[in-house]
Design a protein around this ligand. Structure first.
Ligand code: BJW
Length: 244
């Protein structure tokens, strides 16, 4: 393999698991006996908004008590140091709706960190009346008014099943320009993210999977390393930054 310049990293729930944030499809990935597919859809929200608000209020509160782990911090160091070392760039795309990559970037002093949250963010709300999106740390179950328009029409700024993930054009451009595509802590069960490895491989990028176990798309990767993210991600970043 030629030394890579541009790297695209896709992360999923597995990268935050060791920070104490449960994954979606591992055993125990249920909430009050509901599957994620039963609460994370526009239809579920229309049918039972109280249930959906309680689910997201609980998770919005939970993530604020969690902290980035060694994998988030290592990826932030790669974002910070790779451009100077290689002349290339690292595009970090996450399916996660927590803010642990963003906090890790701040902790490691990444200038202009751009974490692409393709499935939205827990700490953001979207007003379905005026279309404004804004930062939010509190609850929504009591139907607060939108700070922009005053209408109590706020919903979690989360991409639910059947909705278009955010910033797809920027993601596909980055994959098109990537020499290396790395997937970390994702089961490969949810599209379009699950298809990125195939696109990257077809466009000529070298592909690497870092996950606890083989993902559903594991055959698409040139190399797979399996183990906990806090061990295998810092080791890989160290290899990259030492030119190995
Ligand atoms: C560790 C670890 C450790 C654990 N260290 N690793 C039929 C076929 C194909 C597609 C479809 C279909 N029917 C419908 C669709 C489309 C649908 C879809 O994919 N459905 C599937 C269920 C089949 N997708 C959509 O609807 C998306 N939109 C869309 O497609 O729009 C149309 C479009 C068309 C053309 C182009 C583009 C778009 C929207 C998807 C929205 C997903 N939203 C969620 C919920 C929001 C978050 C929330 O509620 O909190 O996002 S679902 C949930 O799954 C969440 C995640 O981001 C996402 C992915 O999960 P992830 O991250 O992979 O987690 P897990 O739990 O599955 O895996 C964790 C992994 O970590 C495991 O492998 C573990 O082993 C590993 N692990 N500990 C390392 N310590």
């Amino acid at each position: 393999m030629m030394p890579p310049r541009n790297i695209v990293i896709l992360t999923g729930a597995g990268v935050s698991a060791e920070s104490g944030i449960g994954t979606f499809r591992d055993s125990g990935g249920l909430w009050e006996q509901h599957r994620v597919e039963d609460v994370a859809t526009p239809e579920a929200f229309a049918r039972d908004p109280d249930l959906v608000h309680r689910f997201y209020d609980m998770r919005r509160e939970q993530i604020q008590a969690r902290a980035p782990n060694a994998a988030h911090l290592a990826l932030a160091r790669l974002q910070r140091d790779w451009p100077g070392q290689s002349g290339g760039r690292v595009t970090l795309v996450t399916q996660n709706v927590d803010d642990l990559h963003d906090r890790a970037a701040r902790a490691e002093g990444v200038v202009d960190a751009d974490v692409i949250h393709m499935h939205g963010e827990h700490l953001s709300v979207w007003c379905t009346a005026c279309d404004a999106r804004q930062g939010w740390t509190g609850a929504l179950a009591d139907r607060p008014a939108c700070p922009s328009c005053g209408v109590p029409a706020l919903r979690p700024d989360i991409v639910w099943f059947g909705e278009m993930p955010y910033r797809m054009e920027a993601i596909l451009t980055a994959i098109d320009e990537a020499d290396m595509f790395v997937s970390i802590g994702t089961s490969g069960a949810v599209y379009p993210a699950a298809g990125f490895v195939r696109t990257a491989a077809e466009l000529g990028a070298w592909t690497l999977e870092l996950n606890l176990e083989a993902s559903q798309g594991t055959d698409w990767f040139d190399e797979a390393r399996h183990g906990p993210a806090t061990r295998i991600v810092p080791a890989w970043v160290e290899e990259m930054l030492s030119g190995g």
